[in-house]
Each structure stands twice: as structure tokens, then as C-alpha cells.
Design a protein around this ligand. Structure first.
Ligand code: MN
Length: 232
């Protein structure tokens, strides 16, 4: 009998509103430039042909209430507050009409970003990974089941840094809607339960510092609070 030569890392899990059960996180997909005002503040044109994605390691996921270290190797660690969609059923080449039936629920999330490294790599047309796939960089809040949340429409999405509102928009401003994202992403991947999709950030992204408290809410999808700690 063979054995693992060291213990496998435990799968990160998400809490569920109103339940003691938890969701094991599979993959984390992130949509880029999905609010027009954010694309503008990044100095980019909105891509209207199709959405584009990057990924984070599941191990980047941390829970609501966490203190996350300021990332290494950056002088410009940014917050991006986003709606997270948690897939609850297998989905491959699903239509936009079918897409929402594959959703388990919704949550608040942060896509923490080494902005300096992202932009440096972008300028050289190199992969962004080190700007985005960062340890502790994907805080995800308690998941609200879809039956309770309803349908993503024009719910307010708002984030405060140390009590000051920095991002304030609605899900109605998503360039690619949740059904469009799921339908398109399901042409590229066999989506499965536990896959998480961060749907992009509204305008107002900015730097954070150790000691900052980031607190966001999405109407119907609860809230998420994270403290930035010292680098480790
Ligand atoms: Mn993002």
C-alpha cells in the first residue's frame, strides 16, 4: 500500500448562511474588467467580444473575519470588492437560460491584488499570476443560497475602507451578467460544484495598509470584513 509522503493540504471550505454545513472550494475563477468605470480607471477599453478570466489557487481563499497579511513583494496591495458566485451543479456548455440553475449561492469576496506587479507584467504582455494568485488574497464571506438571494439584478455592492466608502455600485453595472459569465466559462471548463467565480470589481479600487479594515456588503448576499495585518 502506498501512502502520501506528507499530509495533503486540507481543502478550504466556505460557510453557508443558516447552516452548519460547508462547501469545499474547488477552483477559483475571476473575471477581469467587468464594470465599465473600473476598466476606465485601469486605463483600459472594455472588452465587449467576450469576458476574460484569470484564476487563483483555492488555497488563497480565507474566511470572513480573517486578518490577512499584507502581501510580500509589493508596494501597492489593492482591494477589489466583488460578488462571488458558487457553482452547485455540474455545468458544461450551458445556455444563459440554464446558467442560474447551476448556482448554489452568492457571497461577498475580495480579489486582493499586487497592483504594481500586475501592471508591470501586463505592460510586458506576460502572465499576471504573481499579481493576482497570492496567498490569502481571496477572502470569501458566508454563502447565501440562491433561493434566498434571488436573481442577480441591480443589488447594491459597496465597500468601505476604515469606514470610508470606496466602492459603491450595483450588480446592474456588470458588463457580463452572471448568466453570461457562467454560460461562457462553461464552454472552457467543465464547471463543478464548489467552483467559485469572482465576477469583477466596480470602480474605486485602491491601496491598503497594515491595520486597515475592509468591510463590504452586497444587498442580499451578506457582508465581508477583513483586517490587513503585517507582512509575514
Ligand atoms: Mn478583480
Amino acid at each position: 500500500m502506498s501512502k502520501l509522503i506528507f499530509p495533503a493540504a486540507p481543502a478550504p471550505t466556505l460557510a453557508i448562511a443558516g447552516s452548519d454545513d460547508r462547501i469545499p472550494v474547488q477552483r477559483v475563477f475571476c473575471v477581469g474588467r467587468n464594470y465599465e468605470e473600473h476598466a476606465k480607471e485601469m486605463g483600459q477599453q472594455v472588452e465587449r467580444d467576450e469576458p476574460f478570466y484569470f484564476t487563483k489557487s483555492p488555497e488563497a481563499v480565507v474566511a470572513d473575519g480573517s486578518t490577512i497579511p499584507y502581501a510580500s513583494a509589493t508596494q501597492n496591495y489593492h482591494y477589489e470588492f466583488e460578488l462571488a458566485v458558487v457553482i452547485g451543479a455540474p455545468a458544461f456548455r450551458v445556455s444563459r437560460d440554464e446558467a442560474l440553475s447551476k448556482v448554489y449561492g452568492y457571497a461577498c469576496a475580495l480579489d486582493m491584488t499586487r497592483r504594481d506587479l500586475q501592471l508591470m507584467k501586463r505592460a510586458k504582455q506576460l502572465p499576471w499570476d504573481i499579481g493576482k494568485d497570492i496567498e490569502f488574497s481571496a477572502p470569501v464571506g458566508v454563502v447565501v443560497p440562491a433561493a434566498q438571494f434571488g436573481t442577480p439584478k441591480a443589488q447594491r455592492i459597496e465597500m468601505r475602507q476604515n469606514g470610508v466608502t470606496k466602492q459603491d455600485s450595483t450588480l446592474g453595472h456588470l458588463i457580463w451578467s452572471v448568466p453570461e459569465i457562467i454560460s461562457h466559462l462553461s464552454t472552457l471548463y467543465h464547471l463543478r460544484p464548489g467552483d467559485v467565480i469572482l465576477t469583477g470589481t466596480p470602480a474605486g479600487v485602491g491601496p491598503c495598509q497594515p491595520g486597515d479594515v475592509l468591510e463590504g456588503t452586497i444587498e442580499g448576499a451578506g457582508s465581508l470584513k477583513v483586517t490587513i495585518g503585517q507582512p509575514i
